[in-house]
Design a protein around this ligand. Structure first.
Ligand code: ZN
Ligand code: ZN
Length: 355
């Protein structure tokens, strides 16, 4: 039998585990094995498969060695077959049409902040999903638990992204961005000059989530009015139990009720300033709740259907957001990441000009 590509098979397994929201250490085993095997000279791989010594390599364990051996011998690895058989998420009708229309993702993290993978791996996964762009939105400085980027690190990241873009396939690009904290007074947690330079700014509330309604509303409205903010991230900050197979989002103590705020005022501000409300696809967030999403549709808001991915496989969570968007009647023309990159950038640049 002709040999399969063991590195591609290991990466595919990692992707599907991430997509199923499996624990990071399980995914890491496959990603490190893929890196180790990719770095081997061709002859050594064949020798080690024949001699059964793959597991002696650092980064390769018994399970990953078995996958490599099967793949090298032209067999569809048993482990891969097993997770592929449980990975089906066929979308129907309007949800499928929405998913089909999406050209990119406006909210994703790398290992520069609290993501698990380098920017290039996130970008390659986005390419494989058929995206035309991926907005890189690592956290801002005050979110120290998530290794938020200082202004200096963000400047370095911008140089790094520019270099990566030169090497990525034509027809795809990483857009620069940030998930900037909306601070207690409604200001944004990064230098104005940098926020102005970034392609896309997602602003989210991560602290003082139990502020009273009046305070939270003032804070959110001030952030939405800030010309740098383009997309309001995970509207309510809630954490939910999700139904999807393999979802580990619901652990004891990890659920959180939505914040209190005046929905009409917040959506009104988004409408007035032409900002998008994010439909966050993370199985542990699914934010906004459907009743609020319906109100936002009726109000005429723009939307961005995002994954908030912290690992490559999570970039394939868009179906969660598309299903909810379809249920609530979100019209595709109001979804900013269904737009080509140039139109998206024109829209975000328009906010900065309103300064
Ligand atoms: Zn966030
Ligand atoms: Zn995020």
């Amino acid at each position: 039998m002709a040999s399969r590509d063991p590195v591609a098979d290991l990466r595919r397994i990692a992707f599907l585990l991430e997509r199923a929201n499996e624990a990071t250490y399980r995914v890491k085993a496959f990603r490190s094995a893929a890196a180790t095997v990719a770095a081997l000279p061709g002859a050594e791989l064949a020798e080690r498969v024949a001699a059964g010594t793959l597991a002696e390599l650092s980064g390769v364990g018994e399970v990953t060695a078995r996958c490599v051996t099967e793949s090298f011998n032209g067999e569809h690895p048993v482990y891969l077959r097993r997770i592929e058989s449980t990975a089906g998420t066929d979308l129907q009708g309007a949800a499928a049409a929405l998913r089909e229309a999406l050209r990119g993702d406006c909210h994703a993290h790398s290992d520069w902040s609290d993501g698990g993978s380098p920017i290039e791996e996130m970008a390659l996964a986005a390419v494989e999903l058929g995206h035309e762009y991926l907005v890189l939105t690592d956290h801002s400085p005050r979110l120290t638990v998530a290794r938020g980027l200082t202004a200096e690190r963000l400047r370095r990241q911008l140089d790094h992204v520019a270099a990566l873009n030169d090497a990525l396939p034509d027809g795809f690009r990483i857009l620069t961005g940030i998930e900037v904290d909306i601070l207690a007074d409604g200001s944004l947690d990064q230098e104005d000059e940098l926020l102005a330079r970034l392609d896309v700014v997602v602003g989210s509330v991560h602290s003082n989530l139990r502020d009273d309604s009046a305070r939270m509303t003032r804070r959110m409205v001030a952030a939405i009015a800030n010309p740098h903010l383009d997309i309001l991230g995970h509207l309510t900050g809630r954490k939910v139990a999700a139904g999807g197979a393999g979802d580990k989002g619901h652990r004891a103590g990890r659920t959180r009720p939505p914040s209190d705020f005046d929905l009409t005022a917040v959506l009104g501000a988004c409408l007035e300033h032409g900002k998008a409300v994010e439909i966050n696809s993370r199985p542990d967030r699914l934010d906004p709740p459907k009743r609020m999403l319906t109100v936002a549709v009726e109000a005429g808001c723009l939307f961005s259907i995002d994954t908030d991915a912290h690992a490559p496989g999570q970039l394939d969570w868009l179906h969660n957001g598309c299903e909810r968007a379809a249920l609530c009647g979100v019209p595709v023309e109001r979804v900013v990441n269904s737009w080509p990159a140039d139109r998206l950038l024109e829209w975000t640049a328009g906010h900065d000009l309103a300064n």
